[in-house]
Design a protein around this ligand. Sequence first.
Ligand code: AR6
Length: 185
Amino acid sequence: MERVEAEIEGTRLVLVQGDITRQDVGAIVNAANPQLTPGGGVSGAIHRAGGPEVTQAAAAIHKGRGRLATGEAVITTAGKLPANWVIHTVGPVWHGGEEGEPELLARTYRACLELAVSRGIKSIAFPSISTGVYGYPVQEAARVALRAIRDFLRAHPGELAEVRMVLFSPADFAAYRRAWEELSG
Ligand code: AR6
C-alpha cells in the first residue's frame, strides 16, 4: 500500500491509501452532515462499521445542541470500530471557491485537531473532508488540508504522536502526495 511519512515538530504525518473504518488510532474523523445522521460516503461507512452506538450518540448530540455548523466538531464513542473515538465534523460545500471555502475547510481540520488535543487523544486519522458529495476539488482541498495540519502541528509541538490522512482512492492519494511535495519541497 502506498504511503508517505514525514515528521513535523515531533508528530508523524502519514498519507496512506485505505479505508478509514479500519484505522487503529485514537480518533477517526467523520465527514458528517449538520444533522449528524449517517448519510452516505465515508459517514455512512463509519456509522455502519461503528454500529448503532455511534448513530445513537450522534443523534443525542444533535438533539442537545441542534445542527452542527460548518467547521465545528463533536466527539462520540466509536462503537465497534477499532478506533477509540469518532470526531464528527462538517466541511464546507464547494460553491466555486469564492465563498470562503478554503478558510472554512482549514477551520474544519483545526477544530478536529483542537478537540483531539483537548481530550488527550494522541493519534487521529482524517478522510478527505468535503471532496465527495460536497464537491470540493481534491487537489485544492489537499493543499488546504495539509497546510492546516502542518500549521497546527507547528503551533502544538509534540502534542500528537500521529496525524494520518486516509485517502480512499489512488487518485486521491496521488493528489495529497503532490500537495505535500509542493508544501514541503
Ligand atoms: N475511508 C476513507 N475515505 C472514504 C471512505 C472510507 N471508508 N468512504 C468514502 N471515502 P464524502 P463530503 C472518501 O462524500 O464530501 C455524506 O453523505 C470519499 O471517496 O463522504 O465531506 C454526509 O452525510 C471522499 O474522498 O464527504 C454529508 O452529507 C471523501 O471520503 C456529505 O456526505 C469524502 O467524501 C459530506 O460530504
